[in-house]
Design a protein around this ligand. Sequence first.
Ligand SMILES: C[S@@+](CC[C@H](N)C(=O)[O-])C[C@H]1O[C@@H](n2cnc3c(N)ncnc32)[C@H](O)[C@@H]1O
Length: 209
Amino acid sequence: VTDPLAVYAAGLHGAPLRARVAGGGTAPLPTARWLAAADPVDRRVLARAAGPVLDLGCGPGRHVRALARAGVPAVGVDLSPAAVALVRAAGAPAIHASVFGRLPGAGTWGTALLLDGNIGIGGRPVPLLRRAARLLRAGGHVLCELDPPGSGCGVDSIRLEAGDTASAWFPWARVAADGVGELAAAAGLCVASVWADEGRWFALLWRAA
Ligand SMILES: C[S@@+](CC[C@H](N)C(=O)[O-])C[C@H]1O[C@@H](n2cnc3c(N)ncnc32)[C@H](O)[C@@H]1O
């Protein structure tokens, strides 16, 4: 059984990458988008971030690079050595770690990012949001990307596929924009705003104390 990180690395290095949902179909994963520069929607979301920013599951680092260009201090965190190597090769800082592992500056970050599906990391959004909240200073924010309202919340078992190679199954959560309030409250966060931009949905969650 292949480690998801090995299949993901093959995708970052050019192999067409797909995600298979247990009991469902497959969908191509947008590696080209992750490897590209931040797009205008990303840049408008990032304009709401207060530094210093910790990008949880930063991938190849398009958001960290865009923030650095805008003069906002930002650091990426990713479990994938291949992703971290790409961030560093682009001249941006990245930590090779799990978002649930030991991270520097806990309790001092201005904003934690969970963009482009990363609210799904670990398959349990409440512990993930609670972890993000504890990384923030009081008054800090989580900026997260969500599924459209009405699409429901849940957890899928997925695996990555590239060519003939399939990874082990792992959990990935889905959170709809109209379901984030309850999960955020359970994690000690308040919803400051929820909005859509060109069909993508986002929320700004606030750590009150
Ligand atoms: C959907 S990709 C998003 C990449 C990036 N945020 C972007 O939008 O370009 C998810 C990323 O989360 C990372 N990841 C998954 N689980 C993680 C964990 N527990 N800790 C840190 N990173 C993780 C993966 O390695 C991958 O780079």
